[in-house]
Design a protein around this ligand. Sequence first.
Ligand code: PEP
Ligand code: MG
Length: 759
Amino acid sequence: MLNVLRKIVQDVTQEGDFAASVQRLAEHIQQALGTEVCSIYLTSNGSNGYVLAATQGLNAARIGEVLLAQDQGLVGLVGRRAEPLNLDDAPSHPNFYFVPEIGEEPFNSFLGVPILHQGRVLGVLVVQQREPRRFDEAEEAFLITLSAQLATSVAHAEAVGSAFVADDSTELIENGLFKGFAGAPGIGIGVGVVMHPIADLDSVPSRQAEDITTELMLLDRAVEAVRNDIRTLMRDLQASLPQEELALFDAYLHMLDDSALAGDIRAVVRQGQWAQGALRKVIRQHVSRFEVMDDPYLRERGTDVKDLGVRVLGYLQRIREKKTQFPPKAILVGEEVTPGMLAAIPVEQLHGVISVRGSGNSHVAILARAMGIPAVMGAVDLPAYDLEGVSIIVDGHYGEVYTRPSQQRVSENLSLLEQEQVFAEELNELKELPCVTQDGWRLQLWVNIGLTGDINRSLDRGAEGIGLFRTEVPFMSQDRFPTEVEQRALYREHMEAFEPRPVTMRTLDIGGDKSLSYFPIQEDNPFLGWRGIRVTLDHPEIFLVQVRAMLKANAGLLGDLRIMLPMISSLTELRRAKVLINQAYDEVIEEGVQVKRPQVGVLIEVPAAVYQARLLAKEADFVAVGSNDLTQYLLAVDRNNPRVAELYQEVHPAVITALREVARAVHAEEKPLGICGELAGTPAGAILLMAMGYHVLSMNATHLLRVKWVIRSIKRSDARRILARVMRMDAAEEVTVYLNQEMVRLGLSKAMPARLGSA
Ligand code: PEP
Ligand code: MG
């Protein structure tokens, strides 16, 4: 029984019709517990209280109408205490509140459990019966279990805008304020453009069709395209597959007939749903019918149906994508914004990014920073799918989103934007000046790069080299591995532009949250899995092509080529990579291309490498720290998970100590030391790193002049004093407060973002 209920709970997220699934859930719970009543109350953001979202046993006509204030009745009490309430005589409880016409009179016993998500009460689950008895422990435990599962689904449904409370969404969006995490600094004012993941059926939103005939036509084209694919596949496999296996493809073709899936989808479109939403609904219905079957063979057929659905969706999205027009000031909104989505909107039209999932350390946030686009990540309460065409302000400094802002808020933000622009102009004057402290300590400021558009922005800000070329970024925007010639051309473009400055090329760093559509990696724990150097050492053919392309791209240029290896966790990996790099070098020389030997360095991102830093430094030509991953792995905090984003502390004493240990080890080997994590691009981080003796700080071009301004404004002796004090602190919170105070004391507050009054 629990299994069936779990499935229904999951459906709450996946069904387009949230209200109907919550009602189904109430009916099933009532049956499973054999009670007379089961009701679900959900918090209604619009009214700050609880709304009756579903009931089995009370007056269903009152669903959506009964509103309880936050502290009203037994439901309010359960919510306030955030713990279950089990009563045998509810009407005599002092908090009992009589709701007219709901039909509660005959029921004596009451069991209510809170629906809690991340410490927030989302609602209350209630069962009631006539017989005056307390519910037993097993019943209470059952309800708590269900409510915990339901909480995740409700939170998710709320976030994607399909929750019951979304009936209030217009009210919610009116002058709304949603909290997330700072993703990329800056303020963006524009209009919402909602995107959802390509070919992810479960996250397709319900949407009214703008034009039913067009939707039907799109559907026909997509279904026909899938049919063609299946026919081609059949032809290709004819020789190698037995006849009975090929019959399976015939079955697929039948499933797409008008008498089966396609007909059902068309019917839903005719009722007014757009083609993608109708597809999701019908596929979901068919899949759940298969999933409850006892026969394992038939159960598996559900997967086939889903697969067909994903294929049709793929075409629907591709057909639609080409047509998309964007507003001149677009704010990209999505449940999980991907690097590909960023690239879909012309950069001059992209004024902000908001993602329900992810955190400030996600790669999307890093890319947004590189592009200078304000971003808010992990805005978990945001009704993302209701924001199409809605006016929005993104405050990427403080991780805040304002929906349908008042005129006053817009003008306040416009004046902040102006202040930022004035400071930016002041910073512009520093472009040609060296990054040197007032007491003469010289620091190199390099850039992290990945998109072609970064070149001009970087040189324009006076970058002295490339400290990190994220080569996976161009790989991600293709539909196959780029060839050696293609890679060479792209790398050369950067090297020529930067000549004679040094260029650090990181070898392909895929895995984790960076995937290639044409090289899928499915793992339960991708950040601890097949990532970075682990993938490329297993695929020398990919590695060698890339290294050859790098070497050839550098031919005849004065700038140093530095090849940097990501995710190194042992000396063995460094040694194996060096063997391959030497092999690539020999091959290129044999081909008759005159190239210099590259410098080979390691990226320290894994705690193991911190403890082996001295040995690694001995065998490498240079060392750089990837503090984004190092922080993630040292603190065991997933850099993409908004739930633990507050624990991701770059100034945690453990991280600071590790950074200093690496510096000491690399200095002992007298090797160049750099850092290319996000910490390097923050004013306070740059001060600490300079004090530790990092020679090169590599950052997004966006931060470069601000960091230069800070370094030029202070003495290294001040920085060393600050570091010495920080090294004695034992909590990140203490470090943060102290660093902010010091910034103000040293007259550096201009480099900290202005705060808008949250009026
Ligand atoms: C890092 O981990 O700090 C780093 C520079 O690499 P990435 O952010 O691309 O993982
Ligand atoms: Mg990294």
